[in-house]
Write a protein that binds this ligand. Structure first.
Ligand SMILES: [Zn+2]
Ligand SMILES: [Zn+2]
Length: 351
C-alpha cells in the first residue's frame, strides 16, 4: 500500500522544468554580472556610453554573465541574446537603434546584438569588431581590454565617430586620430611578433601556455633541471603573504628547486576570477572590499557609497567614499531602456 502511494507521489510530483528567464538590469550602461570589470574601467565605459546616449540617443549596454545556464538557457547564444535584448527593451522604441554587448564567460561566447532599425547592415561591421577588436584580447584572458576596445570600435562602427567625438571639431578628431595611430602601431608591433611566435608553434596557444608553466626549469647556477615542489613542500619557500594569496586563490604559486644546489625559483600566476585586489600596505593580492550604499542616487542628485577594504594578510583596513552617478532616467532602479527591440541582427564569436 505504501509502495503504491509512494509511486503515485512520484508520478504526481511535478518535474522541475528549466524555465528560461533573464536577469534584471541594474542600470542601462554596464551590467557586469560576471564581475569582469574593475570599478575604474566600469566607470570609464559608463561615461562613454552615457555620452553616446546623450549626444546621439543610441542606447548601448554592456552585459557580462557567467553562463546562460544560470538563466535556464541551454544551447546557442543568439536566441538568448535576442531574448534578453527584447526583455530589457534596449534602444529607442521607434528607431530601434539599441546595441548590446553580451559576454558569457564560461560559455566563452560574445555577441554584439543590434536593434531591428539597423536591418542587416550592421552584421558585417559587428563581426569585424568581434574578430579584430575583442577576441584577440579575450584569448589572452584580457577581458577588460577586450570589452573596452570592443565598446570603442562598436561605437565607431555604429556612429562613424569615436566615443566623445560626435560633434568635435575636425582638428580635435585629427589630433586624437594621430595619437591613436601611434598607439596602435606600437601595439600592433607587439601583436605581430606575438602572432609569429604562436604561428611558429605547432600547437595552439592554450597548450603553449600550459607548456610554458609546466616545462622543467633550468637552474641558473649549474644548468641542472629543476623540479617543481608539490603543494605541501611549497609553503616552506613562500612568504606569509604568498601563502595567504594561495589560500584566497587570488594567486597560484609554483616553486621550483634545483636538486643539486637547492636554488629556488618562485613563480606566481594571477587568477583572473579573483575579486581580491592588491593591498596598498603589504602589496599582496589579499584585499577584499565591501560596498555599503550611504545614499542612493536619484535623477536629480548623486548618491554616495562607502567601500570598506580589509586585507586578509596584514590586517590593514581602510574605507573610501565614492560618488554614485545620478540616475539617467525616471525609473529609480538604475534607469530604464527606451523599449527598443531586435530581430536578431548582429554578430557572435567564441574564444
Ligand atoms: Zn643548481
Ligand atoms: Zn595587506
Amino acid at each position: 500500500m505504501h509502495v503504491i502511494r509512494f509511486l503515485l507521489l512520484l508520478i504526481l510530483t511535478p518535474i522541475p522544468v528549466l524555465a528560461q528567464n533573464y536577469p534584471d538590469h541594474r542600470e542601462i550602461y554596464v551590467n557586469d554580472f560576471a564581475d569582469l570589470l574593475s570599478e575604474e574601467v566600469e566607470d570609464d565605459i559608463r561615461d562613454r556610453l552615457k555620452v553616446l546616449r546623450d549626444e546621439t540617443g543610441i542606447e548601448f549596454t554592456v552585459v557580462t554573465i557567467y553562463q546562460m545556464r544560470d538563466y535556464g538557457h541551454a544551447g546557442a547564444l543568439e536566441p538568448f541574446a535576442t531574448g534578453l535584448f527584447n526583455d530589457w527593451g534596449i534602444g529607442d522604441a521607434e528607431r530601434n537603434d539599441g546595441v548590446m554587448m553580451l559576454v558569457s564567460l564560461w560559455d566563452r561566447k560574445v555577441r554584439l546584438e543590434v536593434g531591428s532599425g539597423y536591418g542587416a547592415r550592421m552584421n558585417d561591421p559587428m563581426q569585424k569588431v568581434i574578430d579584430d577588436d575583442i577576441l584577440p584580447h579575450f584569448r589572452n584572458d584580457a577581458y577588460e581590454e577586450g570589452i573596452l576596445n570592443g565598446v570603442d570600435h562598436t561605437i565607431l562602427a555604429v556612429t562613424g565617430a569615436w566615443p566623445g567625438e560626435y560633434d568635435a571639431s575636425p582638428w580635435v578628431k585629427v589630433t586624437n586620430a594621430i595619437g591613436r595611430t601611434v598607439n596602435s602601431v606600437v601595439q600592433g608591433l607587439g601583436n605581430w611578433i606575438f602572432a609569429i611566435l604562436v604561428a611558429l608553434l605547432p600547437f595552439p596557444y592554450r597548450a603553449y601556455r600550459r607548456w610554458k608553466r609546466n616545462h622543467p626549469r633550468i637552474c641558473p647556477n649549474d644548468g641542472h633541471q629543476m623540479t617543481r615542489l608539490d603543494e605541501s613542500w611549497e609553503d616552506n619557500h613562500l612568504q606569509k603573504g604568498q601563502i595567504t594569496e594561495e589560500d584566497l586563490k587570488s594567486v597560484d604559486y609554483d616553486v621550483w628547486e634545483c636538486p643539486t644546489c637547492q636554488h629556488i625559483t618562485v613563480e606566481g600566476y594571477r587568477a583572473w576570477f579573483s575579486s581580491y585586489s592588491v593591498c596598498r600596505n603589504c602589496g599582496y593580492r589579499t584585499v577584499e572590499g565591501d560596498t555599503t550604499i550611504l545614499e542612493h542616487a536619484t535623477t536629480s542628485s548623486t548618491g554616495r557609497k562607502r567601500i570598506d577594504y580589509h586585507c586578509h594578510n596584514c590586517g590593514d583596513a581602510y574605507s573610501v567614499e565614492r560618488i554614485i552617478p545620478k540616475e539617467s532616467s525616471s525609473s529609480s532602479s538604475g534607469g530604464s531602456f527606451g523599449g527598443g527591440s531586435s530581430s536578431g541582427g548582429g554578430a557572435s564569436g567564441s574564444w
